[in-house]
Design a protein around this ligand. Structure first.
Ligand code: HEM
Ligand code: HEM
Length: 191
C-alpha cells in the first residue's frame, strides 16, 4: 500500500487519517452528548477530561492532515456531473472547517468557563482567554450546535459516498478504503 496518494486512489496516510478522525469525531460527539447528562461526581469529571483530550487529539491530527494534504497529491475526481463535483468539494471544505471549529469552540468554552485543560493527564494546555460568562455561554451553545450541523452535513457526505458506490458503481468510496481493490472503469466489476 503506497503511503502517498496516486492519480486514482488515496494513499494509506490520507486514508488512515480520514478514518481515524471520522471515528474520533463521531465517537467524541456521542461521548459529549452522554457526559453532559451524567450525574455530578468523579466519573463525570474523568469522562469530561477524556472528551477534551480526544478533542485536542482531533485538533492535532487535523494540523497533520492539512500539512500532509498540501504535500500529497489529490486523486483525480471520478467522472461525475459538474454540480456533484462542486457539491463534493464544497462539502469537504466545510468538513475541514468544522473539524477546526468544533474543538476550538470547546477549548474556548473550557477557557471562558475557567476550567483547567490537560491532555490525557500528561501535560497542561493554556487557556485561550480569561474567564468570561457571556463568552462561555456562547461558546458552549456554538460547540453543541456545530456538532448537530456537522451530523447533517455528514448525511450528505456519507450518502454521496454510498450513492457513488451502490448506484454509480465507481471508485469514490473504494479509493478511500484501506485494502480495497478498485473496480475497473469499463466493467464496473472488481478487477
Ligand atoms: C472532535 C471534537 C469534539 C466534538 C465532536 C465535541 C462534541 C461535543 C458535544 C456533542 C457535546 C455535548 C453538548 C451538549 O449537549 O451540551 C460536547 C460537550 C462539551 N465539550 Fe466537546 N467536542 C469536541 C471537542 C472538545 C474539546 C477540544 C473540548 C475542550 C478542550 C471540549 C469541551 C467540551 C465541554 C467542556 C463540554 C461540556 C459542555 C457542557 O457542560 O454543557 N470538546 N462536546
Ligand atoms: C462513515 C462515514 C464516512 C464515509 C463513508 C466517508 C467517505 C469519504 C470518501 C469516500 C471520501 C473520498 C471522496 C473522494 O475521493 O472524492 C471522503 C473524503 C473526505 N471526508 Fe469522509 N467519510 C466519512 C466520514 C467523514 C467524517 C466524520 C469527516 C469529518 C468530519 C469526513 C471528512 C472528509 C473530508 C474533509 C474529505 C475530503 C478529503 C480531501 O479532499 O482532502 N469524512 N470521505
Amino acid at each position: 500500500m503506497a503511503l502517498k496518494s496516486s492519480d486514482t486512489r488515496w494513499g494509506s496516510i490520507a486514508q488512515w487519517l480520514h478514518w481515524l478522525m471520522a471515528l474520533a469525531i463521531i465517537g467524541n460527539g456521542i461521548l459529549g452528548l452522554i457526559m453532559v447528562d451524567m450525574s455530578r461526581g468523579m466519573t463525570k469529571l474523568n469522562v469530561f477530561a477524556i472528551h477534551k483530550s480526544i478533542g485536542l487529539t482531533v485538533l492535532a491530527l487535523l494540523i497533520l492532515r492539512v500539512c500532509w494534504r498540501m504535500l500529497d497529491r489529490k486523486p483525480r475526481d471520478e467522472p461525475m456531473p459538474r454540480w456533484q463535483r462542486l457539491a463534493a468539494h464544497a462539502t469537504h471544505a466545510v468538513l475541514y472547517l468544522f473539524m477546526l471549529a468544533i474543538p476550538l469552540s470547546g477549548w474556548t468554552y473550557n477557557s471562558a468557563h475557567g476550567n483547567p485543560l490537560q491532555w490525557f493527564k500528561l501535560f497542561n494546555l493554556p487557556a485561550l482567554m480569561e474567564r468570561n460568562d457571556a463568552i462561555s455561554d456562547l461558546a458552549r451553545d456554538t460547540h453543541e450546535v456545530l456538532f448537530w450541523i456537522l451530523l447533517l452535513i455528514l448525511v450528505a457526505h456519507v450518502g454521496g459516498a454510498l450513492v457513488h458506490h451502490v448506484f454509480t458503481r465507481d471508485n469514490t468510496l473504494l479509493r478511500m478504503l484501506p485494502f480495497a481493490r478498485l473496480r475497473s472503469r469499463n466493467s464496473g466489476d472488481q478487477s
